[in-house]
Design a protein. Sequence first.
Length: 184
Amino acid sequence: MGEKLYEQFVDLLREKYPALALDKVITDIEAAVEQFGIKVKYSDMSHIKSDEEVSGYAHVVNGLPEIVVNGLQSDRRQRFTIAHELGHILLHWRWLPGKRLPNELVEISYRKEVYLTEDEKQRERQADNFAAEFLAPLKNVLDFLPTIENKDKEVEISEISEKFKISNPAAYYRWKKVKEAVNE
């Protein structure tokens, strides 16, 4: 799925489901996702037996998807995890409000890439790309950059981080994507 397809997918999603509008996601992603129909919970992840740090997971409870987020991580990391897990639910489970899912579905997101198969790696990249576009759409970042007075790279990245409530590494990724798009 190319960058443009993620943009189109997120645009269509927001058009059909106004609960997921960018301003609502920036203000309170948890409320937006719950209004969409997915319960969001927080945990210290102590119930998961793993040597790796778990950022969160999506699973199904009584036929409906639920996102569980590592409550010990930063707010901005939690926002990315919610968006990432939403990506799995929409892209890989093909869930939309009103649909029931089998209870055995689960996706776990680790902080380190411990995924074994190419299919698992691809699914994680897809969920990451969805989350990036969902939290800070390229066209919105592109429109925002000219409003920043100080054109220093670090300042621009910091301003993107603040505007879209994403981490500095995520803001750098979006900044870099915008610069690549402009230079094409």
